[in-house]
Design a protein around this ligand. Structure first.
Ligand SMILES: [Fe+2]
Ligand SMILES: [Fe+2]
Length: 263
């Protein structure tokens, strides 16, 4: 294993605009940063909610190594069998065992094995098991079967994400937060060597309210009446982080946010 591996992790793709933004910007990002692995959160990829087999296939064809999900994993029924049979698409590992899919996988490039784990928070989100104990079990299962480990922690509360970062510091390469769709300004390598950010942000319309047409979100909040939400098409950005892995297993050298407008 060399010390030059790096991971591009892309925050929640929102709708067709989010997908188009990723596909449009990925070649230039590859050219500039040459990431060894590309991991994308796709829980909002299908019209803002969930993901379909066709969209997942499209992302894999574009060179995405692993797709992670979150609380919208099951919005589209047609994805259930796909989640069962496809290794490289993950729903949170701490869902109930009876729920379709699985929560971790290992991918390999140039002799470097990257384990990706998807976890969901327990504060304000419904998850079958506690994320903190689940990750202990998974790391034990992975054993020495991976050189690096990336955890996508899909959670609402910043406190819960910060706590998991500390809990895993020195045990995994990176803990990256998703779900709020708003990037946080706290990317850093923790003292034990784990790259951490509370939220990567989203890839999609920055001109909306976390992906929704802003007028509709405001109307809903202002009137407390039922408002039909549509995905905004306004001001697409790609929000991601680039994690540079250390030569030492399961440690990071650097984490750098990438916040890029498209068009
Ligand atoms: Fe999301
Ligand atoms: Fe979410």
């Amino acid at each position: 294993m060399d010390g030059t591996s790096s991971i591009l992790f892309v925050g929640d793709l929102v709708g067709g605009l989010g997908r188009r933004t990723l596909l449009a910007l990925l070649p230039a990002i590859r050219e500039q940063h040459a990431p060894s692995f590309v991991v994308v959160n796709g829980e909002n990829a299908a019209g803002g909610l969930g993901i379909t087999p066709k969209i997942a296939d499209e992302l894999f064809a574009a060179g995405v190594d692993v797709i992670t999900l979150g609380n919208h994993a099951y919005h589209r029924r047609e994805i259930f069998p796909y989640l069962q049979r496809t290794d490289r698409i993950l729903r949170p590992a701490n869902f109930l065992a009876s729920q379709p899919g699985h929560g971790s996988c290992v991918v390999e490039r140039d002799g470097v094995r990257l384990a990706v784990v998807n976890l969901q928070g327990n504060v304000f989100l419904r998850s079958g098991r506690v994320a903190f104990s689940e990750i202990d079990t998974i790391l034990e299962q992975i054993g020495d079967g991976a050189d690096h480990v990336l955890v996508d922690f899909h959670a609402e509360a910043t406190s819960e994400k910060v706590a998991l970062g500390w809990y895993l510091d020195g045990r995994v390469t990176a803990v990256v937060g998703t779900h709020t769709h708003v990037p946080t300004n706290d990317a850093r390598v923790l003292p034990g060597g784990t790259a951490y950010i509370t939220d990567v942000g989203m890839t999609g319309p920055r001109g909306g309210v976390i992906g929704v047409v802003k007028e509709q979100a405001i109307e809903s909040l202002r009137t407390h009446m039922s408002v039909r939400f549509e995905t905004s098409e306004d001001d697409p950005w790609l929000m991601a982080v680039l994690v540079r892995c250390a030569a030492r297993p399961r440690r990071a050298e650097a984490i750098e946010p990438l916040l890029l407008p498209w068009r």
